[in-house]
Write a protein of this length. Sequence first.
Length: 97
Amino acid sequence: MRILKGEYHKLSKEKGFFIIGEISFELVDRFRDKTMLAALKGSTIFVREDIIKLSRVDIREIVVHEVAHLFSKAHGERFKMAVQFIGGNQRRLPIQL
């Protein structure tokens, strides 16, 4: 959990963005869809607990992806712009455990 929060705070500091309100993280055993690693619901990012096995780079990519969903639910142009602004190119996703 600390790693997720740390990556989020590093991103917001490095990229100079802030979100009004608090983003929280919650660990879950699994999702119905076994391919999902994380999901945004409201202002909470739910993350599979086994992502801790991933590298920090992969965890950062997951955080960038989910925070970008605050700006757009779909993976369209607005989402891509948010990803670019928040964390640069997402070249490593999809990630599989």
